[in-house]
Design a protein around this ligand. Structure first.
Ligand code: PLP
Length: 468
């Protein structure tokens, strides 16, 4: 920790020297007045400072809107309005996106760069939990001996429900679900050795492991490569929920030999609430082999990883022949089921075009600086200030975290602290009963945002302690 006080001038200097600072201009940041007027009763009630940007540190929940999304969506609406059904095949010289029949290609290449995959290993489709079911349909193959699924004890509830329902679907009991529980439930840190030894302990009966890349609650960035290699060494298939990792931390899914993964695009990818998701299937699982002896009409003429299929996963060249023959597209695209929402995919294409202005490595560098600054400020006690009312539960090892720092408040403080933050137009989110998640997002947050947050947060904690 540095000696002396941290000042707002210093925060501004850090911003001025920041080579990625210009990217903030790409985003619409809700103003303080916008957030106040969220409550319609306050409409028209203008105050000085209302035009200032809010302190938005909530990209771990919903990323901000890129300005260029408007241009992309306008193009989509214009195409639909002027072309109707021809939009499926219409090429424009000035097109921001391809014809709708190829709309996934507008996002797939850039998505592959973000997750560290070959383009053919990525499909733009569906939503996270739905994709998880499709992937489990392919990759969870219980046998009499190996049928258990390992997740971690505080898995995002949707993953937990999905896995339990998959077990039930195979007529297996809930006891076939094994959880990796943290040694200290208070901070929910999962040491690597602990993860590996739990997998080893159940290996002889385990068919599949499903883990988060970055943990939604603690912000821990798990060692995906090492855990994947360990599972494979024990003959276990492994998949990853990358909701909090994608667009946040560097990923190399292909090189790390991950079997499958899925994510959402509304957090660090900024594609909009509930926007279309994506999935990764390693190239080795996406192969399609055509049987040389088969005739055209036989449905069993291809060998491929079994899946729940739909027409959008079938070869484009024959798709519109409307034949009852599923000819899987090689790679992850063969897992597509329905024609994707063009509106959604256009929004994703717009947000990924912002990522294309920089690199994940540069964003990571900036992210580490922002989180380090946040941790230092939170740790830095002001003169005579001992009763802070909080502690950081995210790992202090920078390699074990993404953009999110989770802060645990002393008992009974959360409501008051959140009330004060909201009044001050500071946007973070809470995980009841006592955790606040704060995510300086490297695409649009500044050191000044972090400085302002800590000032308001510390004061809020003091007020909450005084009121308790
Ligand atoms: C870690 C994690 N997994 C799964 C989900 C569920 O996502 P969806 O509602 O898009 O299926 C979320 C949603 O925030 C999440 O954070």
């Amino acid at each position: 920790m540095k000696s002396g006080k941290y000042t707002i001038e210093e925060a501004r200097q850090l911003d001025a020297a920041d080579p990625l600072g210009h990217l903030r201009e790409e985003f619409t940041i809700p103003s303080k007045g916008d957030l106040k007027r969220r409550n319609l009763k306050h409409d028209g009630d203008k105050e000085p400072g209302d035009e200032d940007p809010s302190i938005y540190l909530c990209g771990n929940s919903l990323g901000l809107q890129p300005k260029r999304t408007t241009e992309y969506i306008d193009r989509y609406l214009k195409t639909w309005g002027t072309q109707g059904v021809y939009g499926h095949f219409k090429e424009f010289d000035d097109a921001l996106t391809p014809p709708w029949v190829d709309i996934d290609l507008a996002a797939r290449g850039r998505m592959a760069t973000v997750v560290g995959a070959n383009e053919e290993e990525v499909a733009i489709m569906g939503t996270l939990t739905a994709n998880l079911h499709f992937l489990l349909a392919s990759f969870y193959k219980p046998t009499k001996e190996k049928y258990k699924i390992i997740i971690e004890g505080k898995a995002f509830p949707s993953d937990h429900y999905a896995v339990l329902s998959q077990l039930a679907h195979h007529s297996l009991p809930a006891e076939a679900l094994i959880t990796i529980d943290p040694p200290d439930p208070e901070i929910h840190y999962l040491p690597l050795d602990h993860i590996l030894s739990t997998i080893s302990a159940h290996a002889s009966e385990t068919a599949l492991v499903l883990l988060p890349g970055v943990h939604y609650y603690s912000g821990q960035f798990l060692e995906i490569q090492k855990i994947t290699a360990h599972a494979h060494g024990l003959g276990i298939t492994i998949g990853w929920d990358l909701a909090h990792a994608v667009g946040n931390v560097p990923l190399a899914l292909h090189d790390w030999d991950v079997d499958f993964a899925t994510w959402c695009s509304y957090k660090y990818l900024n594609a909009g609430p509930g926007a279309i998701s994506g999935l990764f299937v390693h190239g080795k699982h996406g192969e399609v082999v055509r049987s040389p002896s088969a005739t055209e009409s036989e449905t069993e003429q291809f060998e491929y990883t079994p899946r729940f299929s739909g027409w959008w996963g079938s070869e484009k060249s024959t798709r519109f022949r409307m034949e009852p023959v599923f000819r899987p597209i090689p790679g992850a695209a063969g897992w597509q089921v329905s024609n994707p929402s063009v509106l959604d995919t256009t929004s994703l294409a717009a947000s990924l075009s912002v990522f294309a202005r920089t690199s994940i490595a540069s964003l990571r560098e900036r992210s580490l600086q922002l989180t380090q600054y946040l941790v230092e400020l939170l740790d830095h006690a002001e003169d005579g200030d001992t009763a802070q009312g909080y502690r950081i539960i995210t790992s202090r090892n920078r390699d074990e975290r993404g953009a999110q720092i989770s802060i645990k408040l002393d008992e009974g403080l959360l409501d008051k602290v959140m009330e004060i933050l909201e009044k001050e137009a500071v946007v973070v989110d809470e995980r009841r009963p006592d955790v606040v998640r704060v995510a300086p997002t490297p695409l649009y947050n500044t050191f000044e945002d972090v400085w302002n947050f800590v000032k308001i947060f510390r004061a809020a904690c003091k007020d909450a302690i005084a009121a308790a």
